[in-house]
Design a protein around this ligand. Structure first.
Ligand SMILES: [Zn+2]
Length: 192
């Protein structure tokens, strides 16, 4: 399993977040028990954890279902909604990395086609559009709340070139990054 994905999943286990309910199962090697990611039992050490994308895989590997969190009972999220939530989490944490659909799919160990179709059905837009929305949200926040230059902000949201960032931002919002920073309209437009 990819280390970034493992870290995301393990953080969810530590915080008992429901993001991966029904998507991944936590196998604890020391006890041979398999849990939901939200299990209230003592958090296992990362080195003792193996994640499985299906309960069946965990059971086949010799794990027994936890009596406390009962991973065999139905979770709150359906598998499609759980997948979409998982995609959102990855995009929110890696929006500047220009993850392609194939890279996202590889992180989730599913096909790009299945990812695109399922995500769009649940959310109404594609993972690529979600990435744009997240980048725009962060760009707007940085413009208003930081003193970073336009070039630095562009780079922070995944645009190496300031002119590319400015063109993209203007295209999405109808206003240049500088004008946005200066109060949405009044400022001069010479942001190059
Ligand atoms: Zn448990």
């Amino acid at each position: 399993m990819d280390q970034k994905l493992f870290d995301l999943l393990y953080a969810a286990v530590v915080n008992r977040e429901s993001t991966y309910e029904g998507v991944y199962y936590t196998g604890v090697k020391t006890t041979k028990i398999v849990c939901r990611p939200t299990c209230r039992a003592k958090t296992p050490k990362a080195m003792n954890v193996t994640f499985y994308s299906t309960l069946e895989d965990a059971l086949q590997a010799g794990f027994r279902p936890c009596k406390r969190c009962k991973p065999e009972a139905n979770g709150a999220l359906g598998p499609d909604a759980a997948l979409a939530a998982q995609v959102d989490t990855i995009i929110e944490t890696q929006y500047k990395d220009k993850l392609t659909l194939s890279q996202l799919a590889a992180l989730l160990a599913i096909s790009p086609y299945h990812l695109q179709r399922t995500y769009k059905r649940v959310r109404g837009y594609s993972p690529a559009e979600k990435t744009e929305l997240v980048r725009l949200k962060h760009a707007q926040r940085f413009l208003l709340e930081s003193n970073a230059t336009i070039a630095e902000i562009g780079e922070a949201v995944g645009y190496g070139s300031p002119s590319h960032f400015a063109a993209w931002f203007s295209n999405r919002t109808g206003i240049s990054p500088t004008a946005y920073r200066n109060g949405q309209g009044g400022g001069d437009e010479s942001d190059e």
